[in-house]
Design a protein around this ligand. Structure first.
Ligand code: MG
Length: 254
């Protein structure tokens, strides 16, 4: 991270940067190498344990329903090309509804969310050197914002960050699920610049994803710094994800 901080420092000194936008997951909050599908299974198992569900639903069925609904909603988001994004509420309500009549109580959805946030807290780690550096930049007068493509809302993201830094971060959070715009399509960056009344040449975005954090904002004229996870992290993550997806597909067929 030290080299990256030097790169950021150099870029800020050479350009008139007013806003520093930072990706959240795997940039400011670091995940373990656990694949996403495995994380969803942990969520579903805990939700099944804590929430009294219809007896006709098994623990595995709840998990596979989450995957199926997620696949459908994220395919829709992809097709819409930055005009729609999945929200946690829509996702979980559809899963819990399960094609049945009646309404799913918002309190149950909130309970599911609380369970996930508690588990997320245990799985995440703060990128402390980046956070300390951002605080230095803030004290020098730079505006720091968070910019994330995520089904969770800003409140949930801030809750996760608060558990690591002990207080609410004074950073505005631009999250795709609330703006119904995405980084990967560029629409969230455009909305952020409009909202903050800032030109692309005065914005720096920092993130781990080569497409949505680097290529897309660069094409909009935004300065970028790529902070990918380590090579070994990437290899272990990909191997685990490959085998877990294989296992999930096998389980889904039996
Ligand atoms: Mg990321």
């Amino acid at each position: 991270m030290r080299n990256k901080i030097l790169q950021i420092e150099k870029l800020i000194n050479k350009n008139e940067i007013k806003v520093i936008s930072v990706d959240v997951f795997d940039t400011l909050l670091l995940r373990t190498t656990q694949p996403e599908l495995m994380r969803f299974k942990d969520f579903s198992q805990e939700q099944y344990k804590q929430i009294t569900l219809d007896n006709s639903v098994t623990r595995d069925e709840l998990y596979f329903a989450r995957l199926k609904v997620g696949r459908e909603l994220f395919s829709k988001a992809k097709r819409e090309g930055g005009c729609y994004e999945v929200t946690y509420k829509e996702w979980m309500k559809t899963v819990l509804q399960g094609g049945r009549e009646g309404r799913v109580d918002d309190k149950i959805v909130q309970h599911c969310l609380d369970i996930e946030l508690a588990l997320e807290q245990q799985m995440l780690k703060l990128n402390k050197s980046l956070w300390l550096y951002l605080e230095t930049l803030r004290s020098r007068g730079h505006k720091i914002v968070l910019c994330s493509d995520m089904y969770l809302g800003a409140k949930s993201i801030n809750y996760l960050l608060r558990s690591f830094v002990g207080a609410d971060l004074p950073y505005t959070t631009f999250v795709s699920s609330e703006w119904q715009k995405t980084k990967r399509a560029g629409s969230l960056y455009r909305a952020m610049m409009l909202e903050l009344e800032v030109e692309a040449e005065n914005v720096l975005h920092i993130g781990d994803n080569w497409i949505s954090d680097i290529l897309v904002p660069s094409n909009l004229g935004i300065h970028t710094i790529h902070t990918p996870r380590s090579f070994s992290w990437g290899i272990v993550h990909r191997i685990r994800a490959f085998f877990y997806r294989f296992y999930v597909n096998y389980k889904a067929q039996i």
